[in-house]
Design a protein around this ligand. Structure first.
Ligand SMILES: [Zn+2]
Length: 328
C-alpha cells in the first residue's frame, strides 16, 4: 500500500482518514525569533498576546480540538519564513494523536535572501529534495509536499525562481506541490503555466486559496487545467465572507467538482504577523471570524450536509482527495 510521510513517520494511506489539508500549528518568522527570543506572538481567538513558549500549549489545544471533532490528519504547509519546526510539530502530534503532514519549500511574496538570489532554481531544488529524501532539519522526518507562494506582487522574478525550484524538486521526487495563490491578482494561471513548462503533472498541483474568489469562470479556468483547488480560508472574512465561500463550494459541488476540491481554514494556532492589539482591532473589524482549525468540522461540514452534500461528496473531499493528491 502507498504511504504518506508524517512527522511521526510514514503511514499507510488508508490510515490518514478525515484530513484538513491546510492548517498551521504555528506561524512565526524564524529569523526574528532566533534573533530576539524574548518576542512572542498573538492568538486571534480570542485576541490576546502569546508569550514565548506559550505557542506550544495553544498548538496542543487546537490540535486536540480538531481531533475531538473527528479530524485525524492535517496538512501543515508551514515552510521557510513561516517558522517551520518539525520537532514542534512532532511533539504536538505525539501528544494529541493528530497526524501532521509536513512540507518543504519557501513562503515569500517577493523577498529572497542573498543565499537564494545567488543560486539557480536547480540549487534551490536540491534543498527541497533533501527534505523529501533525507529529512528535515537534521531529523528523519521527511517532507510530503512542496510549498511555494505568489501574492499581491504577482509572479515576479524571485517568485518565478521559487516556483521553478519547486517544480524541479517535484519532477525529481514525485512530490506534489501546494501553491499559495491570490485570485485578486490573477496569480493562479501563471503559476500553473510555470509548473507545466517545467513538466509537472497538473494532477500533482494544488492551487491554494482559490476559494478567496467566487468568480466561477476563474475557478473553472483553473480546474480545466487539471489542478486541485483549495477552498481553504473559511473564517478569513477579509478575503471573502463566509456566505460567499459557502455559495461557491455549493456551486462547485453542483457542477461535479468534489473530486478536485479541498475544504480547510488556513488557520494558524498562533501568529506573529501583527502585535496583539492590532489583531484585536482586525478581529473587531470583522477581518477574521471563527477562523480556527475547528471551523470546517464544526460549522462548514454540518451546514453543507444540511444543504444536501452527499456522504460520498464529503468522503471524496475530506478522505480520498488528500490521498489522491499526496500520492499522485
Ligand atoms: Zn497557509
Amino acid at each position: 500500500m502507498a504511504q504518506v510521510q508524517t512527522v511521526t513517520g510514514p503511514v499507510d494511506v488508508d490510515q490518514l482518514g478525515t484530513t484538513l489539508i491546510h492548517e498551521h500549528l504555528r506561524n512565526a518568522d524564524e529569523a526574528v525569533h532566533n534573533q530576539w527570543p524574548s518576542v512572542g506572538a498573538a492568538k486571534e481567538d480570542p485576541p490576546h498576546e502569546v508569550a514565548p513558549g506559550e505557542d506550544y500549549e495553544i498548538a496542543l489545544r487546537e490540535a486536540k480540538a480538531a481531533d475531538e471533532l473527528g479530524i485525524e490528519t492535517i496538512g501543515e504547509p508551514t515552510a521557510m519564513f513561516l517558522g517551520r519546526d518539525v520537532d514542534f510539530m512532532r511533539r504536538v502530534s505525539e501528544e494529541t494523536g493528530l497526524q501532521v503532514i509536513p512540507c518543504t519549500g519557501i513562503y515569500t511574496y517577493d523577498y529572497l535572501p542573498q543565499f537564494f538570489l545567488n543560486r539557480d532554481p536547480d540549487q534551490i531544488a536540491d534543498l527541497f529534495v533533501h527534505d523529501i529524501e533525507e529529512g528535515i532539519q537534521g531529523t528523519e522526518i521527511k517532507a510530503a509536499f512542496i510549498k511555494c507562494a505568489a501574492d499581491e506582487p504577482g509572479v515576479n522574478e524571485n517568485i518565478e525562481k521559487v516556483h521553478r525550484a519547486a517544480a524541479r524538486a517535484s519532477v525529481r521526487t514525485g512530490a506534489p506541490i501546494m501553491a499559495h495563490s491570490r485570485p485578486a491578482s490573477n496569480t493562479g494561471p501563471r503559476q500553473v503555466e510555470i509548473f507545466e513548462e517545467e513538466g509537472v503533472d497538473p494532477n500533482k498541483v494544488q492551487i491554494a486559496h482559490t476559494g478567496d474568489s467566487d468568480d466561477l469562470d476563474y475557478i473553472e479556468g483553473l480546474l480545466e487545467r487539471g489542478v486541485w483547488i483549495g477552498l481553504d480560508r473559511y473564517g478569513l472574512e477579509i478575503f471573502l465572507p463566509y456566505e460567499r465561500r459557502q455559495a461557491t463550494t455549493k456551486a462547485l459541488l453542483e457542477r461535479g467538482y468534489a473530486d478536485r476540491m479541498f475544504l480547510s481554514a488556513d488557520s494558524v494556532a498562533t501568529i506573529d504577523w501583527f502585535p496583539a492589539n492590532v489583531i484585536e482591532q482586525l478581529v473587531t473589524a470583522g477581518a477574521a471570524k471563527e477562523w480556527t482549525i475547528r471551523m470546517v468540522p464544526e460549522r462548514v461540514l454540518p451546514e453543507l450536509r444540511e444543504w444536501g452534500m452527499t456522504e460520498e461528496q464529503e468522503r471524496t473531499m475530506m478522505v480520498e482527495n488528500p490521498v489522491r493528491w499526496l500520492t499522485a
